[in-house]
Design a protein around this ligand. Sequence first.
Ligand SMILES: [Zn+2]
Length: 209
Amino acid sequence: MDLSKIFENNEKWIQAKTADDPAYFENLNKGQKPNVLYIGCSDSRVTAEDLMGMQPGELFVHRNVANIVNAIDLNAQSVINYAVKYLEVNHVVVCGHYSCGGVKAAMESKDMGILNPWLRNIRDVYRAHKDELNAITDEQKRYDRLVELNVKEQAINVLKMAAVQRAVRKRGMQVHGWVFDIKTGKLIDLKIDFQKALADIMEIYRLED
Ligand SMILES: [Zn+2]
């Protein structure tokens, strides 16, 4: 791919945006007030804004391999804290996807070098749900289920954060778990009962006084 094509595309995009609204970029420059924080996978096929029909300014985005929310990942923790405390988003979405290479790699007995500690997060999800997963004989279905369970566990990891617990209690912020199906293009809401999930973990993870 010739990278100059990207700059041509950018020029066309600017023209399209300003044709509809000449002050488009002027207004964009004034600031952001996104309603949703999206935490998704880095996979090139899962284009957050595109698949949701969201416009610039509407979505605060964090992406990494297999949409992991790890307590000592300063990057993810900073993004979530900033979005929840300062941008005051009303929704935090953890969005996984079927055919996730990160989840697949965590299901294989293979030394992935520097990726090992990262993928360990997914192996830990497998261990926590080993009985359910091992009962699924179809490997593809077991893989799909691990994608879903990983989303759920990462959403619970979001709920373990002090800023999130406060935002849920004080202003009714919501946490969601979704999966994108690459085969069909469909976005699926796993309908996680985050209030129940939060209540379940509060005995151990409550961070508010
Ligand atoms: Zn992925």
